[in-house]
Design a protein around this ligand. Structure first.
Ligand code: HEC
Ligand code: HEC
Length: 414
């Protein structure tokens, strides 16, 4: 994250106060250097293969779980030395951290300690408690080292954005739910707190992001047209292409995010985006991609919230019939990927897709959809009813009020 793909081949170290400019210049340098090393997945390897995945390899998936949860791929160099996020978090109280959407993994805390903290309001207002939680490795998606009153290193993992907790102990504290998007996480506010982000248009842009949103392209293209909702990383088995715009398969996107956004130590290439990021040191991302992929594919979608069975059954006939929904949302994955859709086919704003490698939309898989309001990439539909109304108007479906509510009931069972 931050404004600039990591400039590993830049000749001079990046000074924090200048990182926006320097990192952008770094991208230019990388382009000029025309790095040609073969990446883990060239675009031609990913797009449109459409092959269905085989059964999950349980051992490989088990190896991927700690990578998903705890591996920062060496990104703490960027988050500590460039963004100085360690300084930001060492002064945060647990109340502040929770209000930024950070989650606490109750299973990582000895039971006596957890009950003592919860019984003592002063502890929840004391940054020392946050540091204790960090040293217990109990803050979801954060890897930190603590020394006395200081956080000396800070890095992030995939779980920061793609895990939440079940709130079984208290709001924001509970057992991990891997693959569930963290729709409370204030990524923009957290990034804007970095002393390396100067006041100005970019900082204002970060501060404009609502909880649960992130823009994984602004440091590449500089366009501040708006972030997207963090999607789930569950329910992806047999989904042929990932991301809202179907830029590639799971591992393509994992590599993109780990290298260009988290600033892990690795290589990423995509000629479509003009991106050639190379590392001098060993690639800490690529060797982990197969296990990381297997773990994600093993994550079952959240169960639907449920609905009255007769209404849901009627809704299914609308979905498959007059709603024409299943022409794109084809069961069992409820997507027609690798087919992608022209922007004019879909009733949402195009700005995000125009920044992607495909400039098309992938049909969003719908498993667990009722657990993740709002809807569409930009959250422009607050409810499933609003989604249905949007399609009804756009495709001139002429659905009755009854058909619409039945359709919503069906979506609530997926
Ligand atoms: C700062 C938040 C953040 C972090 C960290 C992050 N992601 Fe994401 N992830 C996103 C956003 C936002 C998107 C949507 C991008 C798009 O579709 O253009 C996304 C998309 C995805 C998707 C595609 C889901 C789908 O159905 O299209 C997967 C899978 C995924 N991320 C996995 C990961 C993994 C694995 C990691 C760690 C290597 C990771 N993410 C790190 C925010 C994040
Ligand atoms: C022409 C293909 C197409 C048709 C027909 C279609 N969809 Fe979609 N659907 C998409 C695409 C593409 C997206 C992602 C658009 C975006 O996020 O901007 C999407 C997104 C959605 C979402 C939001 C999912 C989320 O997590 O944000 C829901 C819900 C949905 N569609 C339901 C339906 C229903 C119900 C119908 C029938 C009335 C329908 N769709 C018809 C292609 C289609």
């Amino acid at each position: 994250m931050g404004r600039g793909a990591r400039a590993r081949t830049a000749p001079a170290p990046v000074r924090a106060t200048q990182f926006r400019v320097v990192l952008l210049a770094g991208v230019a340098l990388l382009l000029a250097a025309g790095c040609t090393e073969k990446g883990v997945l060239a675009p031609s390897d990913n797009a449109g293969t459409g092959t269905m995945f085989g059964p999950i390899d349980p051992q490989l998936a088990a190896a991927g779980k700690p990578i998903f949860r705890y591996d920062d791929f060496g990104d703490s160099v960027f988050w500590t030395d460039t963004l100085h996020m360690n300084q930001v978090v060492e002064g945060l109280t647990p109340v502040q951290a929770l209000s930024l959407g950070l989650k606490v993994d109750a299973a990582a805390i000895p039971p006596g300690v957890l009950s003592a903290v919860l019984a003592n309001p002063a502890a929840l207002s004391d940054p020392a408690t946050t540091r204790a939680l960090l040293s217990l490795n109990a803050v979801v998606g954060v890897q930190a080292t603590v020394s006395g009153n200081h956080v000396t290193t800070f890095g992030i993992t995939c779980a920061l954005c793609h895990s939440t907790v079940d709130n079984s102990v208290a709001p924001g504290i509970g057992h991990r739910l891997d693959g569930w998007p963290n729709r409370d996480l204030q990524v923009g506010t957290i990034l804007a707190a970095s002393p390396a982000v100067p006041a100005g248009a970019f900082k204002d842009y970060l501060l404009s992001w609502k909880p649960g949103y992130y823009d994984a392209r602004v440091n590449v293209d500089g366009l501040m047209t708006g972030p997207v909702l963090i999607p789930p990383a569950f329910g992806l088995h047999d989904v042929a292409l990932e991301t809202y715009t179907g830029d590639g398969v799971v591992s393509y996107w994992n590599d993109y995010v780990a290298v260009t956004q988290m600033h892990g130590q690795g290589n990423f290439q995509d000629a479509r985006l003009g991106l050639h990021v190379t590392t001098r040191g060993p690639d800490l991302v690529q060797p982990k991609l197969p296990a990381l992929r297997e773990y994600q594919l093993s994550l079952a979608a959240a169960p639907g919230v449920g609905a009255e069975p007769a209404a849901a059954a009627r809704g299914q006939t609308v979905f498959d019939g007059p709603g024409h929904c299943s022409s794109c949302h084809i069961p069992p994955t409820f997507t027609d990927a690798p087919r992608l859709h022209a922007l004019s086919e879909i009733p949402t704003d195009s700005a995000w897709a125009l920044r992607s490698a495909t400039r098309r939309w992938r049909t969003t898989p719908l498993a667990g959809v009722s657990r993740r309001a709002p809807f569409f990439h930009d959250g422009s539909a607050p409810t499933l009813g609003a989604v249905v109304d949007r399609y009804d108007a756009f495709f001139h479906l002429g659905l009755s009020a009854q058909q619409k509510s039945d359709l919503v009931a069906y979506l609530e069972t997926l």
